[in-house]
Ligand binder design. Structure first.
Ligand SMILES: Cc1cc2nc3c(=O)[nH]c(=O)nc-3n(C[C@H](O)[C@H](O)[C@H](O)COP(=O)(O)OP(=O)(O)OC[C@H]3O[C@@H](n4cnc5c(N)ncnc54)[C@H](O)[C@@H]3O)c2cc1C
Length: 384
């Protein structure tokens, strides 16, 4: 991966924005969630950061995925997981299919304002009955004249209480579970939508996550992305970017916690010597940093292949799996060396411990990643 001056400039822009507009407020947003997406997103939009890889016709920068990757990586320098996750939902989870397969009219109405940060989006796949088995979802969109009439509900929807639209995966016909679904953009102000109170989460406290209910919600069929019945496939494609975002975005957070732990262990002494001078500790820090670099290499390779037009399902799934597991390992190991301080709410390691736990669950749990990897290795037993 060769980075140009433009990549470096983009990194700097993100870094300066985080230092000025995000990190000073993280503590407050974590204690009094949700963070104000309605104020923050237009500022990100003004800098172009919500549309780095999106088409220029709709206000995006039209750059290749390596530039998007650089932004996602730098967003990892935010001192919590909730805010970068919310931004990632906007850039890499609810808009990739819209940008690529949405009609001009739909893109004008929803993509342009999403890139500008004037509209907030969310992605509706998971349901109370299950998130892992996407094919089994129950929410339905029945055709009625030129409209769809939607009934059902979606669970754990990030950004839901602040969002203007949801990119919804719903069953639009009977038949094979992989060919009966469509992605539909539904305005959150539509009659018949209700949103639960913000769910009380273990981590990612600054972001809002809620349940969304649909009762006879009417939207024009022209709000569908792509052809009818292609929703499952489009969502699987969209998941590639979601999973790459998740892996890339984890790197800086882990490094930040390793660096903070090293600093603390230099200062803190036990039995007459700095903690860091214990071989078990400095070797552990060296090992964890090595693992982070190995993950970075995997992600950069996935990104390079993606730009080249390859299907990177295997590498993206491996990177997401590794990121989830490594985040848990880094958070747990580092927290240990802070001793009692590591058990305090405001500690960097404890923040990663809480927030990072989601990485092995959301956007496809570790076991789902392993299922995909094994399928592509041709070692997954076929279902009886
Ligand atoms: C904070 C947060 C934010 C989220 N944001 C969104 C969002 O914006 N939009 C959205 O659509 N969803 C969102 N989700 C949902 C998330 O994607 C799901 O929770 C996830 O996909 C797992 O689904 P589930 O919780 O229903 O677990 P289940 O499908 O019930 O699975 C439970 C557990 O069983 C294991 N498991 C599942 N299948 C297998 C298998 N075949 N073999 C072995 N083990 C298995 C896994 O460990 C899994 O964690 C969010 C969740 C959280 C907690």
């Amino acid at each position: 991966m060769q980075f140009t001056e433009e990549h470096k400039q983009l990194r700097k822009t993100v870094r300066e924005f985080i230092d000025k507009e995000i990190n000073p407020y993280v503590e407050e947003w974590e204690r009094n969630p949700p963070f104000p997406a309605r104020e923050l997103f237009p500022k990100l939009g003004k800098l172009g950061l919500l549309g780095v890889t999106k088409p220029e016709e709709y206000g995006g920068m039209g750059l290749d995925y390596s530039y998007g990757m650089v932004v996602s990586e730098e967003l990892g320098a935010i001192h919590c997981g909730g805010v970068p996750m919310a931004i990632g939902v906007q850039t890499d989870m609810c808009t990739p299919a819209l940008a690529r397969f949405g009609s001009d009219e739909l893109r004008e109405e929803f993509l342009r304002p999403a890139i500008a940060g004037e509209m907030i989006g969310c992605i509706g796949v998971s349901e109370v009955g299950g998130g892992s088995d996407v094919a089994a979802l129950k929410t339905g969109a029945r055709k009625d004249g030129d409209d769809y009439v939607i009934n059902g509900s979606k669970m754990w929807i990030t950004n839901a209480t602040q969002a203007d639209f949801i990119c919804l995966l719903a069953n639009t016909s009977e038949g094979s579970a992989h060919k009966n679904k469509s992605l539909i953009i539904v305005p959150m102000t539509s009659k018949g939508i209700t949103i639960s109170d913000k769910l009380d989460k273990l981590g990612m406290r600054s972001s809002d996550t809620a349940q969304v209910f649909f009762e006879d919600v009417r939207v024009p069929q022209r709000n569908r992305i792509g052809q009818e019945g292609m929703g499952f496939m489009l969502q699987m494609m969209q998941f590639q970017e979601e999973r790459m975002f998740a892996a890339i975005n984890s790197l800086r957070g882990m490094e930040g916690v390793i660096a903070a732990t090293v600093d603390y262990c230099r200062e803190r002494t036990t039995f007459g010597q700095p903690l860091i001078d214990n071989q078990v500790i400095h070797f552990r820090m060296g090992e964890l940093q090595t693992e982070v670099e190995a993950l970075r290499s995997m992600v950069y390779r996935a990104c390079e292949e993606y730009i080249g037009g390859a299907n990177v399902t295997l590498l993206a799934s491996m990177a997401k799996l590794k990121a989830g597991r490594l985040t848990r390992e880094v958070a747990d190991s580092c927290l240990q060396y802070w001793g009692g301080m590591g058990f305090m709410w405001d500690n960097r390691a404890s923040q990663l411990y809480r927030d990072g736990r989601l990485l092995s669950i959301g956007g496809g749990a570790d076991e789902i990643m392993l299922g995909i990897i094994c399928k592509l290795m041709n070692i997954l037993p076929s279902r009886k």
